[in-house]
Design a protein around this ligand. Structure first.
Ligand SMILES: NC(=O)c1ccc[n+]([C@@H]2O[C@H](COP(=O)([O-])OP(=O)(O)OC[C@H]3O[C@@H](n4cnc5c(N)ncnc54)[C@H](OP(=O)(O)O)[C@@H]3O)[C@@H](O)[C@H]2O)c1
Length: 279
């Protein structure tokens, strides 16, 4: 049995589906129940509760570990999950980390994720670490304004990064969970090309078959909007990456091709698959 945390999110949902379709027994973990593929067991667990994952780990051979935005909750001790997986007899853990651990190693979030990476590397478990850059699904931020006004409002409209389709992350995770050759691998996952917010708006417009306007926000306007759903420090940090990506954040990684034997999906493919969110 394979435990998938974050199973109802952008990455976990297609991962759960891919594993279930491949005949794997899957336990899907999230706090809230959701519709899951046939045969998949759901277990409610909160990763900010120190022993929250232990019941789900009983009998598991592998774990996909996705640490949610609650990484900084006062009660969260995410590195402890590695020891819990060892104690439960789990053989292999695939950790969803972040590119920033390598490209901007300072900042509270990346230091916290790095600590989990280190705990995993020092454990007796087989492991693989996925370090994705920005997700294509971050464009869902614009879903409401596209639906209601056919408008994308974003900062740094002409500054791009090679964002990645969460389906590519999910398929890479499935390969790392199932194939021995990925043991000890640390993979950086990016999309196939640098794409700007303005170009993303154009791709959404093409997928909808309907014009979508682009409006440049100032950094302060963007920060005020983001601070409604994330800590101000994280909003500031995210804006710095989006506005001034460093060379490492602009690099197109070969790792999706190495893992999956195919190129990563372009943003247009993600937009075409997700038109329902923007209609
Ligand atoms: N977005 C980016 O550009 C980006 C870039 C690099 C790395 N990442 C990393 O990717 C991860 C987010 O992946 P995603 O987009 O697939 O997530 P997502 O769509 O936001 O979904 C989060 C998943 O985690 C579950 N969850 C949230 N809080 C939880 C908790 N306290 N305990 C247990 N489960 C919890 C959610 O279900 P419930 O709410 O029902 O619990 C849901 O299944 C984060 O670790 C982030 O650091 C993101």
């Amino acid at each position: 049995m394979i435990v998938v945390t974050g199973a109802t999110g952008n990455v976990g949902r297609p991962l759960t589906l891919a594993l279930a379709e491949g005949g794997q027994q899957v336990t899907a973990v999230s706090r809230h129940a959701a519709q899951l593929p046939d045969g998949v067991r759901h277990m409610a667990a909160d990763l900010t509760v120190p022993t929250g994952l232990e019941p789900a780990l009983a009998g598991a051979k592998a774990l996909f570990l996705l640490l949610s935005g609650d990484l900084h909750a006062a009660t969260a001790r995410p590195a402890d999950i590695i020891g819990q997986a060892e104690a439960a007899g789990v053989r292999r853990v695939v950790l969803l980390s972040t590119q920033g651990v390598a490209t901007r190693p300072f900042g509270a979030t990346r230091i916290a994720v790095r600590a989990v990476e280190d705990a995993l590397r020092e454990s007796s478990l087989e492991w693989a670490i996925l370090r994705p850059g920005g997700f294509a699904s971050n464009a869902l931020w614009w879903a409401e304004s596209v639906r209601t006004q056919r408008l994308v409002a974003a900062p740094f409209g002409d500054v791009g990064v090679p964002i990645i389709d969460p389906v590519d992350i999910a398929e890479a995770a499935a390969a790392c969970l199932l194939e021995d050759r990925h043991a000890g691998g640390t993979y950086e996952l990016t999309g196939p090309q640098v794409i700007t917010p303005r170009q993303q708006a154009e791709a959404i417009s093409a997928a909808l078959g309907s014009p979508v306007q682009f409006h440049d926000l100032t950094r302060d306007e963007a920060k005020a909007a983001m601070a409604r759903s994330m800590p101000a420090e994280l909003a500031e940090d995210t804006l710095t990456i989006l506005g001034s990506p460093n060379p490492a954040e602009l690099r197109i990684s070969p790792d999706v091709q190495r893992i999956l034997g195919r190129a990563p999906h372009p943003f247009a493919a993600w937009a075409a698959r997700n038109t329902a969110a923007f209609r």
